[in-house]
Design a protein around this ligand. Structure first.
Ligand SMILES: [Zn+2]
Length: 211
């Protein structure tokens, strides 16, 4: 990967490491993380807007709309519906974060999309693993396990509706991401073939020189 892609991958990995704690209720961490996501998401979407053929004015308006949607819409959702150590701290949530990044970050080179969304999943998982590690304490009289043990790295939570929402999102985004990935792969193959054909045309024919 080129250095700048690595730098972006490292940055989104670090930010994704804070994502699961968005469920910890209103406060400075939540406000700052949501504001950060609201600022970054329109930038990641730029390539998508270009591909749609939008004029510059429409791109600016769309960016502002995405900002407002995340800044106010997501904040409202988080304040009203998230439960600490609920489905935000779960393996399906890590996958959803990766899928959302994959769909937002559009690039001609499919490998770079896998790389960046992989960075998000890695950061998210790091948080979940650390949460689990910190819920076990090694003491003089054996190990002590906190009540929170097992609430971070999990496949489903105790609340039915949040499980349903998480898995419906996971499957729907998975299908959209898979078809989008197939499209990008096809396009990059076609581009490679075109470049190859062009380089054959411009190459001097070798038999001319042999004679
Ligand atoms: Zn946590």
């Amino acid at each position: 990967m080129p250095p700048v892609t690595c730098l972006l991958g490292g940055t989104v990995c670090a930010v994704a490491g804070m994502l699961p704690d968005l469920d910890s209720g209103p406060g400075v961490p939540m406000r700052e993380s949501v504001a950060f996501a609201a600022a970054i998401a329109p930038m990641l979407l730029l390539q998508r807007f270009y591909q749609m053929g939008l004029p510059m004015e429409a791109i600016i308006l769309a960016g502002a709309a995405v900002y407002a949607l995340i800044r106010f819409g997501v904040t409202w959702l988080l304040e009203h519906y998230s439960v600490h150590r609920g489905m935000f701290h779960s393996l399906p949530a890590a996958a959803i974060a990766g899928q959302l990044t994959f769909l937002t970050f559009s690039h001609d080179d499919p490998m770079r999309r896998y790389f960046i969304s992989g960075g998000v999943v890695l950061g998210f998982l790091t948080h979940l693993v650390l949460d689990e590690i910190w819920s076990v304490r090694l003491g003089l009289f054996g190990t002590k396990v906190k009540k929170a043990f097992g609430t971070a790295l999990k496949f489903h939570g105790p609340v039915l509706w949040s499980n349903i929402v998480a898995y419906v999102l996971l499957i729907a985004l998975g299908l959209i991401a898979a078809s989008d990935a197939a499209r990008t792969e096809r396009m990059s193959m076609a581009r490679q073939q075109m470049e190859q054909a062009r380089s054959y045309q411009t190459m001097p024919a070798p038999y001319n020189y042999r004679r």
